[in-house]
Design a binder for this molecule. Structure first.
Ligand code: FES
Ligand code: FES
Length: 184
C-alpha cells in the first residue's frame, strides 16, 4: 500500500513540533519523534561540534548539557526536550574567547585528533558542576563530603572514551581549571 502523504503545503502529521533553546538561541523544529537529540543537533540544526562516535551510549562523544546536566545526546529523543536549554561545545566558547576548559585543553595538549574533545569538554563542565553540588560518584568514600580528587575526576570522566589516549593531559587540564575556580 502506498503511504499517504500530507496535502501539498500542509504540515506532515508524522512530525512533532519542538521548541527548545540551543546555546542561548530559541529553535523551532518539526521532527520525526524517533530523531535523537544528537541527530537533531547535527542534522537539523547543523551544529556538528557534537560528535557521533558509537550512537549507542558507549563513547561519550555526543555529550551535551541539558538544563546544565550532562547527558548522552544519542540516547535521548529530541522531542523529550521541549522547553529545555541545551548547550553544545559551540555554546561553551568562541575561537576568540575560549571557555577556560577549552583554553586548558589547548595549553595541556588535552587532545590529539580532537574527535572526542567536544564531549570531553561538555562532560568536564558537567562533572565540575556535580562536584560543586556535592553529587557523589562510585568512588566517593564519604557521601556527605564530596571533594575533588584525581580519582573522582577520572571516575566522572570515565564515560568519555579517547582513542588517542589523551587522558593524562585531559585530567591535568580539568584539574587546573578546578584549582583556579574558573568554570565560566
Ligand atoms: S555517540 Fe553517544 S555515547 Fe557514543
Ligand atoms: S583526541 Fe582523538 S579521540 Fe580523543
Amino acid at each position: 500500500m502506498t503511504p499517504s502523504r500530507p496535502p501539498s503545503g500542509g504540515a506532515d502529521p508524522a512530525l512533532l513540533p519542538l521548541t527548545l533553546t540551543v546555546n542561548g538561541e530559541p529553535q523551532t523544529l518539526a521532527l520525526d519523534p524517533r530523531v535523537t537529540l544528537l541527530d537533531a543537533l547535527r542534522e537539523h540544526l547543523h551544529l556538528t561540534g557534537t560528535k557521533k562516535g558509537c550512537d549507542h551510549g558507549q563513547c561519550g562523544a555526543c555529550t551535551v548539557l541539558v538544563d546544565g546536566t550532562r547527558i548522552l545526546s544519542c540516547l535521548t529523543l529530541a522531542v523529550m526536550h521541549g522547553g529545555q536549554d541545551v548547550t553544545t561545545v559551540e555554546g561553551l566558547g568562541t575561537p576568540d574567547a575560549l571557555h577556560p576548559l577549552q583554553a586548558a585543553f589547548v595549553a595541556h595538549d588535552g587532545y590529539q585528533c580532537g574527535y572526542c574533545t567536544p564531549g570531553q569538554l561538555c562532560s568536564a563542565v558537567g562533572a565540575l558542576d556535580e562536584l560543586e553540588r556535592g553529587v557523589p560518584s562510585h568512588v566517593t568514600a564519604d557521601l556527605d563530603a564530596v571533594t575533588f580528587s584525581p580519582d573522582e575526576l577520572r571516575e566522572r570522566l570515565s564515560g568519555n572514551i579517547c582513542r588517542c589516549a589523551a587522558y593524562p593531559n585531559i585530567i591535568t587540564a580539568v584539574t587546573e581549571v578546578h584549582a583556579a575556580g574558573d568554570r565560566a
